[in-house]
Design a protein around this ligand. Structure first.
Ligand code: AMP
Ligand code: MG
Length: 325
């Protein structure tokens, strides 16, 4: 669904008034506030139930605004911004004075990106400032990739939902820290490691844990209500059927290599063969299996190259240990 000019104007007005707008991006829907309004920014944390120490991403309309938000932009950041913006790449840089500490979780670094979505770009231009936005879901749960997901999850807690249709990439942005000597990936996402390495001309590390706080790297995150179990692709069907026999309501992420196998389970999601389609559908599939009443989801990890790295990262987090209730 295309957002109308009057939707954009309304959303910009809500931001100016210190309200919260759920906005579409190419990755997932964001829960946005005026980046320079500490009270509005604090409301994001309340609505999400997110600890205030976890930093947000500042969304801007164009790369030429980078210096407004960042102190001392290094040459590497300019090269990456030039090549990947608008797009699913977030750069972590030194915080400019304009960015309140509420938005950075108290850090002296700030995460910035230009989203590649016409409605998001129109909103950022109409509003004129920066918009801090994490994903528009409750802390730890599955990110929304449609406006319906946002309404179902946050309801009246958001002042306005800007509907821009389903997100095209479907997983969050790649976060690259460019504050050190060599850039490193803090979170794999929509821009692949291979694409980054091609532009930078050297290998880029993907640390499994990071010294900088990245909530996406919390043991359990991006998690549906159903427990997620990861097994080898050739064991998915047997594991699902066993759990179903034991009395679980099992949802299955059926790998394309087993697409023809009849599976005795509560619900089956045949996975798309193309990794971009898998990434785009991932969060919707998890939500669908929750909605269908599954208490267990059996899946396997894709090959961790290209977008498969981000999909595998989210599945691992979805399967991660849950805090005891
Ligand atoms: P979300 O969109 O919900 O995934 O949240 C924004 C993401 O950006 C989180 O994973 C944050 O940890 C990350 N982020 C924002 N600012 C920083 C920063 N200064 N350093 C490292 N990561 C950051
Ligand atoms: Mg999130």
């Amino acid at each position: 669904m295309a957002a109308t000019t009057s939707d954009i104007e309304k959303a910009a007005g809500v931001l100016r008034a210190g309200g919260l707008v759920a906005l579409p991006t190419e990755t997932v829907y964001g829960l946005g506030a005026n980046a320079e309004d500490p009270r509005a920014v604090s409301r994001i944390f309340q609505v999400k139930g997110r600890p205030p120490s976890h930093p947000l991403i500042v969304h801007i309309a164009a790369a030429d605004q980078l210096d407004d938000w960042v102190e001392g932009v290094p040459a590497t950041a300019r090269v990456l911004a030039e090549r990947f913006w608008p797009g699913p790449l977030t750069l972590v840089l030194r915080r400019g004075r304009r960015v309140p500490l509420e938005a950075t979780g108290g850090l002296e670094t700030v995460a910035v990106r230009v989203p590649d979505h016409p409605a998001a770009l129109a909103l950022l231009s109409a509003f004129g400032g920066g918009v801090t936005a994490p994903s528009a879901n409750r802390f730890g749960s599955v990110s929304p990739t449609t406006a319906e997901h946002v309404r179902a999850e946050l309801g009246d807690a958001v002042d306005f939902v800007l509907d821009g249709g389903p997100c095209q990439v479907g997983v969050e942005s790649t976060i690259v820290d460019v504050t050190g000597e060599v850039p490193s990936i803090l979170r794999p996402g929509g821009v692949t490691r291979e694409d980054l390495e091609a532009v930078l001309g050297h290998p880029v590390a993907v640390p499994s844990t990071s010294a900088v706080r990245v909530p996406g790297q919390h043991p359990s995150h991006y998690a549906p209500r159903a427990r997620v179990v990861l097994v080898e692709p050739e064991k998915v069907v047997a594991e699902a059927e066993l759990a179903q026999e034991l009395g679980h309501r099992v949802g299955v992420f059926l790998p394309p290599s087993h697409a023809d196998a009849p599976v005795k389970a509560h619900a089956v999601v045949p996975l798309p063969r193309a990794m971009d389609a898998y990434a785009q559908g991932l969060y919707g599939f998890l939500r669908e299996l929750d909605q269908r009443g599954c208490d267990l989801i059996v899946a396997s990890l894709p090959v961790e190259e290209g977008l498969g790295l981000a999909v595998a990262n989210r599945l691992r987090r979805a399967a991660g240990p849950r805090p005891s209730a």
